[in-house]
Design a protein. Sequence first.
Length: 364
Amino acid sequence: MKDILITGGAGFIGANLIHHLLDNNIVEARKIFVIDNFYTGELRNQVNGVNYIKGDTWDIETLMHPYATFDTLFHFGEYSRISTSFVDIDYVMKSNLYGTSKVIEYCKKKNIKLIYSASSSKFGDKENLSPYAWTKSKAVELIKNYNKWYGLSYEICYFFNVYGKYQITTGNYATVIGIFENQILKRETLSVVRPGVQSRCFTHVDDVINGVVKAVKHNSNHEWYFQNPKAYSIIQVANMFNQDWKYSEITMSKLDNLKPFKKGESGNPNGRPKGSLNRSTVAKKWLSTNQEYKNPLTSESEKLSQEDIMTLALINKARKGDVAAYKALMDSGYGNPKDSLDVTLAEDNNIDFKELIEAIKHKS
């Protein structure tokens, strides 16, 4: 492999890719170049000998002008959190649309193969995508169009709930496994967001990196899906640690502090009458009310919200073979997926999900 460029190379996926390339003698450190603005990337993830350039992806041509051209560009340097994307929408648009369009154009001009990290979140409800998922889906669309228009060479890699070394463990961008890891090391009780039955197909970062490296060797302009075929609920994951856990209390975030209608926006030229509630507010208020309920997952009587109770009722129906209930749960958790997925895992290096947990326990 000749000189390569990695955007977001000081982040979770980028740092793991660099270590893999070096550990397997695929490329020398001096031939690896990184652009990272350290928005979520960590200085401690930097590797000796690798060329790090601090900056934003939308300035890629200026930043890389002094350097030789590259054989391959791995584009990992985008905004990558669903929930906070509603709050950080301006930055999401600039990073994931404007920044990525500049990266794509740079690859076209320099005849560089683009490896793009797409997101499984785009397979959700097409009418209600988050700003993050929407921008990621548009980036994929643009890459495919550049291939049709200009012959851009690409491989698109979809990641599903990746965990492992260098994952973010604190703050707004921490992952579920990362949060658990941090709590274990601090000897804190694990916190589970209600109802805890929401499930994810957690995929180890080593499997993802192996898959990405294999994808580079193809010239197929293909979409690759790196996903653990087995899903685990958050409660199941917490129980794997053999630690005490509790339901976390979620406080109102910026996402819930929506601005009220301005005059004329609600359909009433005088604005909404003082003290009145719309249907959405009434529904949310009822769904959040609590009552005593025996949780079938813990066999304990708990105070659960109406929303939690309805979710658990659906689970019970699904367990008894109710197809409609099962579909409702799957659609709620994952959205409506594509009819078929080309699931491509690194077949020779699948990592048991419990390995990370054992490693974390040893740290503590």
